[in-house]
Design a binder for this molecule. Structure first.
Ligand code: DHB
Ligand code: MG
Length: 221
């Protein structure tokens, strides 16, 4: 099935995702530096992130898990010129690559990359830090429950939270799988269920060039 999913993503992309020099350059530089691209969002998913931001007139975006900053480009391109993206990456090698890609892109919104454990960086933000309108959680899956709570502290009513990779080819329902990443995703689902600060949430499975996975979507009450 994987080959067909990949071909269908190529069909979708060729019709609906305009070729963009900045995005292509980001992917090429990432590949040239020898990094695999499976951690990056698919182009049609990047477009969905962009559209969610546009639909809601978001100006301030938080991203956890920058990797090569490919998703960061999609987020930033959706923003007005005075928009702001804070993106946090835990691995030095990824952060160095991301900073190069961000510098090459020269996008108008301010893109601030911080390197370190996302939870520590978020906890260290000042108490009066202006909340974010859109939050994309895409870092280590083990910490998703903690990232969700920390994100809620930096949210306002109406903030949109997207959590990537919450299906993992069905591993979440394999009772024998107790990997910390899978347990983290399960705990995230439990946390979203009846959370007093969540207005509504759902999750969608996806298939495509990145295999069988999915994302969760939540609106802050
Ligand atoms: C992995 C992480 C991601 O964020 C992703 O989009 C795909 C795969 C991973 O850790 O394998
Ligand atoms: Mg991801």
């Amino acid at each position: 099935m994987q080959q067909m999913w990949t071909e269908i993503d190529a069909y979708i992309d060729s019709h609906l995702i305009p070729e963009d020099p900045i995005l292509l350059q980001t992917l090429k530089h990432t590949e040239d530096k020898g990094f695999p691209d499976h951690l990056a969002v698919a182009p049609n998913q990047g477009m969905l992130l962009q559209m969610l931001i546009q639909m809601n007139n978001c100006k301030r975006v938080l991203e956890l898990g920058t990797f090569a900053a490919y998703s960061t480009m999609w987020l930033a391109r959706a923003l007005p010129k005075d928009g702001y993206v804070l993106t946090i990456e835990g691995r030095d090698t990824h952060a160095a690559l991301a900073q190069e890609n961000i510098d090459h892109a020269k996008l108008p919104p301010t893109i601030e990359l911080k390197v370190g454990r996302a939870a520590d960086i978020l906890k260290a933000l000042p108490n009066d830090f202006e909340p974010f309108d859109f939050i994309f959680i895409d870092a280590d899956k083990q910490s998703y429950p903690e990232y969700l709570e920390l994100s809620l502290n930096l949210s306002h009513s109406g903030t949109i939270i997207v959590l990537d990779n919450v299906i993992r080819a069905g591993d979440i329902i394999n009772a024998e799988n107790h990997k910390p990443s899978i347990e983290g995703i399960r705990d995230m689902f439990s946390a979203l269920q009846n959370h007093p600060r969540i207005l509504s949430s759902t999750a969608l499975q996806t298939v495509g060039s990145k295999g069988h996975d999915g994302f969760a979507l939540a609106i802050v009450k």
